[in-house]
Write a protein that binds this ligand. Structure first.
Ligand code: BES
Ligand code: MN
Ligand code: ZN
Length: 497
């Protein structure tokens, strides 16, 4: 992870120096000072090359006369007046990559005010730091033989900016969000021999040091509550199922909390309806919804959000053994509704059904938002670009859409309706846990809706976005922690004003 610091402008003459160049080759004030210090070598280099300051272009000037100990990396930003928060973050991410490509441990970025379309001057420079910080995450704890030429070198970035104290203050909350994102990414990346329900519960307990109140329920307590849908999923595993409730009370006393609910299947073999071998290793990240909820609680507490939020995660391992749940079993959920388990691989909805019921009954929230790597069908529908959004309330849906667009975690609304709802009826119980093949993400959402009566509820099916197969604007491939930034923003925009 990269350390970001802010400092007042001061002449630099050695090391890796980064200058953002606007389209047309405009060096700005700091760039021009540097150019003067080396007798115009920078402008000469630009003239002699095809570098025009377009976004994505770069040019390095090495050890020019006058700055013999410096490497100057010019990075194009295009038209700075067109930059919004996400583009500034992406620019920060590219700074991180530039530092690594120069194999440098440290660099100084001579920040020139990006006027931009949004934000305050301090917020604009903070975005650059935030993007660099997010991009610098790496899950490398199990690499024991990595060669030096593969390891990233970047450790520290000093951003020189006027009014550096204001920039530092604006970066504070963003760093707290990045801490939440990285906490979630660590959990999601962990293999399932290390990551199991109790391990995740311990990870949740570490949030107490941020002021989060953490309660952990084991199987005996859940049995007493009648959470048989959740328990049925975990009964084929030697790892005990857990449910964790995390309270962050940063808002006014007595205001109802926002409830965030996460699917935390620490490994999904499919159970007796076992999955094919190919690609089954992906199911280490079937706890991505819980990871996002835990990460969001980390972020909210870390930046001391002025809102009441409660996170609840259902943690189970879906395994086939002699005690495993069978297709055809009928379970009575905490809500009293009975479920015929047609397919033990449709386990996420069984876990969420009981967690949602618990949240509604015991926590009396203002509304509920659940996140889950719920269906392969949502990947067929939306690919890896958008999460599926379902909601029983239009305003809530719109607020989530806006939050997602703002932070670069887009969601696309999907339909709910009686026609779909009927598809999970069965003569043997109140409902069955799968519908027909077509519309599989929708019938999964219909199933969840039956556990969200008389409350505003939204569901994000994040199966396509929890893990990235290729690099994203501010993230390397791998665990994305999709949802952490969206939920943080949703709370900030709607409950902290
Ligand atoms: N965890 C899976 C969904 C999933 C698939 C997440 C691919 C991430 C990537 C879920 O538990 C599952 O197995 N869903 C089944 C449901 C089916 C049995 C109705 C699916 O989507 O195939
Ligand atoms: Mn499954
Ligand atoms: Zn699953």
């Amino acid at each position: 992870m990269m350390r970001l610091t802010f400092a007042e402008p001061k002449a630099v003459s050695e090391g890796l120096i980064i200058v953002a160049v606007a389209s047309g080759g405009d060096l700005g004030r700091r760039g021009s000072e540097l150019d003067k210090a080396c007798g115009g070598a920078i402008t000469r280099a630009i003239k002699a090359s095809d570098f025009q300051g377009k976004s994505g272009q770069s040019l390095t000037v090495i050890a020019p006369v006058g700055l013999e100990k410096a490497r100057i990396a010019l990075m194009g930003v295009g038209d700075p007046t067109e930059l919004d928060a996400r583009k500034r973050q992406a620019f920060g991410a590219s700074i991180y990559k530039t530092v690594n490509s120069h194999r440098a441990a440290e660099a100084v970025f001579l920040y020139e005010e990006f006027r931009g379309v949004d934000g305050t001057p301090a917020a604009r420079v903070a975005d650059v730091a935030y993007g660099a910080r997010l991009r610098s995450y790496r899950f490398d704890k199990y690499l024991t033989k990595e060669t030096d030429d593969k390891k990233p070198t970047a450790r520290r970035l000093v951003i020189q900016v006027r009014k550096s104290a204001a920039a530092r203050a604006a970066y504070g909350p963003l760093a707290a969000i990045a801490d939440g994102v990285d906490f979630a990414r660590n959990l999601v990346s962990e293999p399932s021999n290390i990551k199991y329900p109790k391990m995740m519960a311990s990870a949740c307990r570490t949030l107490t040091k941020l002021g989060v109140k953490v309660e952990v329920l084991g199987e005996a307590q859940m049995k007493k509550l009648g959470m048989n849908a959740l328990l049925g999923v975990g009964q084929g595993s030697v790892r005990e199922s857990q449910m964790v409730v995390m309270h962050w009370n940063g808002g006014a006393r007595g205001t109802k909390p926002v409830a965030l609910i996460g699917k935390g299947v620490t490994f999904d073999t499919g159970g007796i309806s076992i999955k094919p071998a190919a690609g089954m290793e992906d199911m280490i990240w079937d706890m991505g919804g819980a990871g996002a909820v835990i990460g969001a609680m980390h972020a909210l507490a870390g930046r001391k959000a002025k809102a009441n939020v409660v996170g609840v995660v259902g943690l189970v391992e879906n395994m086939p053994d002699g005690n495993a749940q069978r297709p055809g079993d009928i379970v009575t959920s905490m809500s009293g509704q009975t479920i015929e388990v047609i397919n033990t691989d449709a386990e996420g909805r069984l876990v969420l059904a009981d967690v949602m019921c618990y949240a509604q009954k015991k926590l009396k929230p203002e509304l509920m938002i659940d996140l889950a790597t719920l269906t392969g069908a949502i990947i067929v529908a939306l690919g890896q670009e958008n999460a599926g959004l379902y909601a029983n309330d239009d305003e809530l849906a719109e607020r989530l859409r806006v939050a997602g667009d703002t932070v670069g975690e887009p969601v696309w609304r999907m339909p709910l309706g009686d026609g779909y709802d009927k598809l999970i009826n069965t003569p043997r119980a109140d409902m069955k846990n799968v519908g027909p093949r077509w519309g599989g993400s929708i019938t999964a959402a219909q199933f969840l809706q039956r556990f969200a009566d008389n409350i505003k509820w939204a569901h994000l099916d994040i199966a396509g976005v929890a893990w990235a197969d290729k690099e994203l604007p501010v993230m390397d491939r791998g665990a994305t922690a999709f949802g952490v930034r969206l939920l943080d923003r949703f709370v900030a925009d709607n409950y902290e004003k």
